[in-house]
Design a protein around this ligand. Structure first.
Ligand code: APR
Length: 311
């Protein structure tokens, strides 16, 4: 039997994720959405590319949760965009309701599945997904750090004129303005980035990384980034499905690591077939510790808003 990945939400991020997984042929894909026809249409369009891509796996669009059963991985991208007049609080509650609905309907059907949560605010939605699923926390992981790190690598590649493939970096903290890129752990083929760029330039690229999502939104006018987010999910999916044990920064449940308790926050983790196989704890400077702590506080504040009853 083929491996199976269900992608919940057939919008930009979900459909692009489904595209990457299907085109690679590594798993059967179910693309689910509440909008009728949309997941079916996108899945059919992708299936019709299958002969050209020489894909043997299948793809199916659905509005029926039953089609997601026995998934190895469930990628959650379902959510609502912020509409005019909607406060951040309204959006938070609306998306928490979406996650509640999606996870309560999918978890019993895929009791051995692993969730990758993408819906923003991602760290908070990952926590909600964990609570609703009742799963061991190692089987819930949020996508954020891989994308933030990829953005930082891209900007460093532009700046230095080197292939971003040769740039390694780590980003800690929540997937938001207070994320903590780590120049100390950033290298170009092993060369510390601080040997190649002055502090001021590094800071400027970190700022651009922090606002990387907003930069795309302001260019697109409607909608937000999806190619790089989907590519980031794809890397996490592969590491889990093939037990690759990649070291990837992602939102995982912390119970004391990095001084953070009972919260999903971005840290480097080893992803394998059981989900989060191990959390890697780095020795941080006092300044980095303070930044991680401020970032975690911001996630905790949003989480308590999301869990509080609606006003
Ligand atoms: N169940 C299933 N699908 C849902 C539900 C639900 N309860 N509610 C909304 N959706 C679907 C919408 O119908 C839409 O097709 O989720 C999809 C979201 O797609 P887009 O609006 O295109 O959003 P996208 O750009 O894909 O981003 C999805 O990822 O990066 C984050 O901030 C982003 O939270 C957002 C999420």
């Amino acid at each position: 039997m083929n491996l199976k990945v269900s992608v919940i939400g057939a919008g930009n991020v979900g459909a692009t994720t489904a595209h990457l997984i299907y085109q690679s042929g590594i798993a059967d894909v179910v693309l689910f959405d509440i909008a009728e026809g949309v997941p079916q249409g996108k899945a059919l369009d992708l299936a019709e590319a299958g002969p050209l891509w020489k894909v043997a796996a299948s793809i199916k669009g659905s509005n029926n949760f039953a089609d997601t059963s026995t998934s190895d991985i469930i990628v959650v991208t379902a959510g609502l965009p912020r509409k005019p007049g909607m406060s951040r609080d309204d959006l938070l509650h609306a998306n928490a309701d979406v996650i509640q609905n999606v996870v309560s309907n999918t978890a019993p059907l895929s009791p051995h599945g692993i969730y990758i949560v993408v819906t923003n605010p991602m760290d908070v939605m990952t926590h909600v997904a964990w609570k609703v699923s009742g799963f061991d926390a190692r089987r819930i992981v949020g996508m954020g750090g891989v994308l933030d790190a990829s953005r930082f690598r891209t900007f460093l590649g532009f700046e230095l004129g080197v292939s971003p493939e040769d740039i390694e970096t780590l980003v800690l903290g929540g997937h938001g303005d207070l994320m903590v890129p780590l120049p100390r752990h950033t290298t170009v083929k092993g060369i510390p980035v601080q040997d190649l760029l002055d502090q001021r330039r590094i800071e400027a690229l970190i700022d651009r990384t922090r606002t990387g999502g907003a930069e795309i939104v302001s260019l697109l006018k409607t909608g937000s980034a999806y190619y790089a987010p989907a590519a980031s999910v794809f890397q996490m999916v592969k590491s889990i499905l093939f037990d690759e044990h990649r070291v990837l920064p992602c939102a995982v449940y912390l119970s004391g690591e990095y001084g953070v308790h009972d919260l999903f926050v971005g840290v480097p983790a080893i992803l394998g077939k059981s989900g989060v196989e191990k959390i890697i704890e780095l020795k941080l400077t006092d300044m980095e510790k303070a930044q991680v702590s401020a970032s975690a506080d911001a996630v905790r504040e949003l989480l308590s808003m999301a869990l509080a009853p609606k006003k």
